[in-house]
Design a protein around this ligand. Structure first.
Ligand SMILES: Nc1ncnc2c1ncn2[C@@H]1O[C@H](COP(=O)(O)OP(=O)(O)OP(=O)(O)O)[C@@H](O)[C@H]1O
Length: 232
């Protein structure tokens, strides 16, 4: 039995808009094992991003518990939560969120500098080479294609050596073949560096690349056809 690195219990997130309550998450019990690659699928508005935000400590639950790598996020103050986000988790979003005025290399090391962390230059060069972008490290993001920008965002997420990578529609802006390449690389790197990978996707082929697919429906983990194991 593998160690559980992410665990949510009776997790709820309700949003109040006017006199309407949106039950974005409505009782989610969810576990991810260390080094597992899980894809999260479900219709638009089903609660996928909300779940990822809770796991990443980007937002707080209405009720329920989120435990990541043995830390109950509820018990962390805002400073500890910021450290948790910077050190434990690597985020990759559909929008690459690169800083336009910084070149590729400086974008990658930006979170490390923010955190005052020692920069492992060899590791960054290895990532740049693996993702075939080392010749572009002095370029500004605007000079890169979408796929290249997303590869930079992936390196930036991996550079801090986080235990968990959380990716929200990371290939939503890319064509199908680039998307599959990018996820293939992400999967390979997460294996290589023994990271846990959670990816939200609308793309069935990408979902199938995971060890396990979890389906969210109306803020709950769907019981039909979900949580099945695609591979060992
Ligand atoms: N800040 C907010 N205020 C009010 N409602 C919100 C807020 N954030 C999300 N919601 C609502 O919560 C529900 C779940 O949203 P969420 O973004 O988690 O869905 P999703 O499955 O990620 O959708 P998509 O695939 O379109 O990104 C939706 O009905 C959404 O409108």
């Amino acid at each position: 039995m593998k160690n559980v690195i992410v665990k949510t219990q009776a997790l709820k997130k309700y949003y109040q808009t006017g006199n309407q309550t949106v039950r974005a998450l409505d009782g989610v019990d969810f576990e991810v094992a260390e080094r597992e690659f899980v894809s999260i699928v479900g219709k638009s508005g089903s609660g996928k991003s909300t779940l990822l935000h809770m796991i990443g400590g980007l937002d707080t639950p209405s009720s329920g518990t989120v435990i990541v790598d043995g830390l109950n996020l509820e018990t962390l103050n805002s400073e500890q939560l910021a450290l948790f986000r910077r050190r434990k988790v690597g985020f990759i979003f559909q929008q690459y969120n690169l800083i336009p005025d910084l070149n590729v290399y400086d974008n990658i090391i930006f979170p490390l500098e923010l955190d005052g962390t020692q920069i492992d230059k060899d590791f960054i060069q290895e990532l740049l080479e693996t993702l075939n972008i080392s010749d572009k490290q002095e370029m500004l993001p605007a000079m890169l294609s979408g796929g290249e920008q997303q590869r930079v965002a992936i390196i930036r997420a991996l550079a801090t050596k986080p235990a968990i990578i959380l990716a929200d529609e990371p290939t939503g802006n890319l064509d199908t073949s680039t998307s599959h390449d990018v996820i293939g690389l992400l999967k390979m790197l997460s294996r290589q560096y023994q990271q846990t990978l959670i990816v939200i996707t609308h793309d069935n082929d990408i979902a199938q690349m995971a060890d396990r697919i979890v389906q969210i429906e109306d803020g709950k983990i769907s019981t039909k056809g979900s949580d099945f194991h695609v591979s060992e």
